[in-house]
Design a protein around this ligand. Structure first.
Ligand code: ZN
Length: 505
């Protein structure tokens, strides 16, 4: 009799070998994320140069593994293997898309883009400090050319080169669809902003002259993050200049926030926002880490989760009623305030020049402006050198205000300097999705509003886990929204939410 161990082991299937290979790519990618997280949270300034070398090496290694002939061979073998489960098919299809995309871009072009982006980022910083667009203009021109070329390389049969760029961040989204949504939204948002800003002559404020120590803010935020379901056993919150959320492994989720000692709500809403991203990632299937079925589907869905917890949960009146005693315990100076005042402060509406400081109601007008301009850039209707004038005209139309200088206008965002075209619209898609998901959750869970008023967030989280988080990349965003809410992304639920909040219904 032959001992069991001497029997020939079954050779692993092509699909198993492919997932092992994708797992290796994920390991390399997560090492890069860890290096990036460290750079933003703790690395001494002088470590920057060596860190850039490390990150470049990692990016190169990851690209080399993805475009390696072994990926092609394993993909071809897995595709013809047969008997794949539906999840396995999802993994193979996305891996095929990533491979094709990565190999369609010539290596020299990828290298040239990286060089341009690094130089453009520096010239953008210099232009922003001095508010002198002419410093950045030639680089923007080059970035637009490269984005158009990239669209050309990766697009299959896109109606507009901008479609290919949108698809990088929001699979399946088209320029025509996004444009139609934004055209519906624009006049209605403008009207709401007008009504909201007419309503009161003075804006709600926090009590005068109070200081909110960072330690007390940390305690306040930690209790609330835990209450909404963020698992600190597999996550943590640190400090960085620009808040973000990153996943370093199946069970390792890092969030960051920043603190303003004169306004504790700034770090609170930052934490609620990043926690929304973190909850999504903690709800992905940990056993499929590094594979499409265990990954987030798009930026627009990701942003729906952050906006949902930040705005639909954290900006409710009963949220402030629930957490007011803890707020007073952490910040005793708030004793003379009321939950109603804090709620009003958290929902103040004011037109402003800077997107990242915008309130919930005016925010999307900032996005619509950027979407229109970058689409015109990519489709060749506007030239880079004309951006300041175009920006200011559009801002005047949408906000009725004159931009004082380019630092407060077209030079304020980092995205274009990093080649990030097609990204902005996902913020507004996130807002629309958040309202629509919330509406569907409310229909499905009849106790939802009472649960939230009681500080019981688990019924909402369970619904999101089932309909969004656990889905991974099984459905493109429009299908996911259709399945979860009964319709593709629309503006109705969002406008209703804003009107209700502003009491204009
Ligand atoms: Zn976000």
């Amino acid at each position: 009799m032959i001992p069991l161990s001497d029997k020939m082991a079954e050779p692993p299937s092509a699909y198993d070998q492919l997932t092992k290979h994708l797992g290796e790519i994920a390991i390399v990618g997560s090492i890069g994320s860890l290096l990036h997280w460290d750079q933003e949270t703790g690395m001494p300034h002088a470590g920057g140069e060596w860190r850039a070398e490390q990150l470049a090496w990692i990016a190169n290694r990851q690209h080399a593994l993805l475009t390696h002939v072994r990926t092609r061979d394993l993909l071809e073998a897995a595709e013809t293997e047969g008997n794949l489960t539906s999840d396995a098919m999802v993994n193979v299809q996305w891996a095929r898309r990533d491979y094709d995309r990565a190999t369609r871009l010539p290596a020299a072009f990828v290298e040239e883009c990286a060089r341009t982006e690094s130089l453009a980022h520096e010239s953008w910083k210099a232009a922003r400090i001095t508010s002198d667009f002419s410093i950045f203009a030639p680089m923007l021109h080059k970035l637009v050319d490269q984005a158009r070329l990239r669209a050309d390389y990766i697009s299959e049969q896109a109606a507009s080169p901008y479609d290919a760029l949108l698809d990088l961040h929001e699979p399946g989204a088209t320029t025509a669809e996004v444009s139609a949504l934004f055209d519906t939204l624009t006049p209605q948002l403008s009207e709401l902003v007008e009504l909201a800003t007419q309503k009161g002559s003075s804006l709600p404020t926090l009590p005068d002259g109070l200081e909110y120590p960072v330690e007390a803010q940390r305690r306040f935020n930690h209790v609330i993050a835990e209450a909404i379901g963020f698992d600190f056993g597999s996550g943590r919150i640190d400090t960085s200049t620009h808040p973000f959320c990153t996943r370093l492994g199946a069970m390792d989720h890092r969030l960051t926030t920043r603190y303003d000692t004169r306004d504790f709500t700034s770090s609170l809403y930052g934490v609620l926002h990043e926690c929304g991203h973190g909850l999504y990632e903690q709800g992905l299937d940990a056993g499929s880490y590094g594979l499409p079925v265990g990954s987030a589907i798009s930026l627009g869905i990701h942003e729906s989760q952050s906006r949902l917890w930040e705005n639909h949960v954290g900006r409710r009146l009963d949220f402030w009623e629930q957490w007011f005693p803890l707020a007073v315990d952490c910040f005793p100076g708030l004793l003379g305030s009321t939950p109603h005042e804090l709620w009003q402060y958290a929902n103040r509406v004011q037109r402003s020049f800077i997107r990242v400081e915008a309130d919930e109601v005016t925010y999307d007008l900032h996005i619509i402006l950027r979407f229109r301009l970058e689409r015109a850039l990519i489709e060749g209707d506007v030239e880079a050198k004309d951006i300041p004038g175009e920006w200011n005209t559009l801002f005047q139309q949408l906000f009725g205000q004159q931009i004082p200088n380019d630092s407060m206008g077209c030079l304020q965002d980092v995205h274009w300097s990093m080649g990030g075209f097609g990204y902005f619209s996902t913020y507004t898609q996130g807002n629309l999705n958040a309202a629509q998901l919330m509406q569907a959750a409310r229909k499905a869970v009849v106790t939802l509003d009472q649960d939230l008023a009681d500080g019981n967030y688990s019924s909402l989280l369970s619904w999101l886990r089932k309909h969004v988080h656990s889905q991974g990349m099984r459905h493109v965003p429009k299908e996911l929204m259709q399945r979860a809410t009964g319709e593709p992304t629309a503006t109705t639920a969002y406008l209703r939410h804003l009107k209700q909040k502003l009491q204009f219904v």
